[in-house]
Design a protein around this ligand. Sequence first.
Ligand SMILES: *Cc1c(COP(=O)(O)O)cnc(C)c1O
Length: 541
Amino acid sequence: MDLDKMISSLNGFRADVNSRLSQYEPLALVLLPILTLFVARIVRSIFYVVSEKGVKSAAVELIMAFVKSVPGVKKYIDSEKQKVVDKLQGSTKSKRDGWLTELPSTGLKVEVISKLKEQKQKDVAWEGKCSGTVYIAGNEQEGHFSIINEACSMFAHTNPLHLDVFPSVVKFEAEVVAMTAKLLGSKEKVSGGQVCGNMTSGGTESILLAVKTSRDYMKAKKGITNPEMIIPVSAHSAYDKAAQYFKIKLWRVPVDQDFRADVKAIKKRINKNTILIIGSAPGYPHGIIDPIEELGELASAHGICLHVDLCLGGFVLPFARKLGYPVPPFDFSVQGVTSISVDVHKYGLAPKGTSVVLYRDHDIRKHQFVAVTEWTGGLYISPTIAGSRPGGLIAGAWAAMMSLGLEGYLKNTREIMEASKKIENGVRQIPELFVIGRPDMTIVAFGSDILDIFEVNDAMSSKGWHLNALQRPNSIHICVTLQHVNVTEEFLHDLRSSVQTVKANPGPVKGGLAPIYGAAGRMPDRAMVQDLLVDYMDTTC
Ligand SMILES: *Cc1c(COP(=O)(O)O)cnc(C)c1O
């Protein structure tokens, strides 16, 4: 075959293909963009997953999705999961045997009180032995307990939703907020407004509200409709809750080698959708204060919100500073701080269910309120998440603050700061353990390079202690309260002996949680750990 012939036959073939293809041209014109879009979407979502979760966890997720689709594997995983859930619950459902499931047909009247007493006896003996949990001291603060209890019961049936009916609790709330704000850098009149806020049911509600308010404030101010927020890995899980509830994309960034928020890492994640960054003073896991001033500069430079989580530190740091402890700036005195959450029910020594959320000015806080004009129930306005609110708790918080006064808080702060230092120094002297970072306040977190720290935790539990397990790195902490002031030596003694027990007999003990914490930490498939937690909760409540 000569060359000319071949070329002409190829041309013929091409013409043939072209004419056939042109038949499909209209179709191709439609399909091609769709196909391109489709491919681009897949590529983009792969890119998203990888950039958000990192290559490793994205790959693990993909592999696990595949593995779980193999018949039999899912069943096996589920049965293993159930075993863990049973164990977390202290085994089986028999615990619920005998629980009431319906109303008594005849009311018990005053007899219920003895029933209550009966149940109360079954709670763990928490005096002196629980990390955090109950912040008020035992015996010597008996008086404090009874003052609060009396205040709560006196106002148990009030509700600030009806402000015209209960001006008393409305005043108490305003005063609790004002007294708290004054501790945290509020000046009577600052440029651009005045610090203001509300009482809420706890740290989580204060945080939820601060996040929601920041979102709506940034929408109004900057038109941000796809909000994102950036938090250090040490920030409380309430920010995850807020992100999920309020449809905000959450970036969790690593902390630096001192376990403080890494400002550079946060800066890298800021983009045009960023509404909010977070700093804690201190963070719950390690009791370490984030560099609030640097975060304030960053927030100011980008015109975004900065929330300072003072849930734990709000009623300690202002007093610690007055006592001469070195405390870096952490409140509204720092430019750029737009909101603060502070728990009165922690070191404010108020009854459980009380916290305060504060804003730099009224302009920001306005975005917290919900006003409804089209309801047949009338014109409605409510400041926080709850509608009706417990006036009794507000009165209880007011009573706690008023009965302690500045002097009371200073005395308490000195005691817990000293107890914490004793515990920190004691832990540092145990060669098998290391303290995480330099604790700024009253939380001491520690781990071990040579022992399973969760086994040490189990040994401590067997001696009646309730400490908190942490991860990344595996560690445990004690949040030192007034409950511990007189038991620091006992704590250190028990810790030293627990370390020796585990050293002599490493390995899980019966009924211990160490294997579960260990496994949960090592499990690369985080979705599975999440499932496990959900199953646990689902069968617990
Ligand atoms: C306790 C705490 C919270 C959450 O408070 P709750 O009262 O449990 O809802 C948030 N942040 C920090 C730092 C805390 O210690």
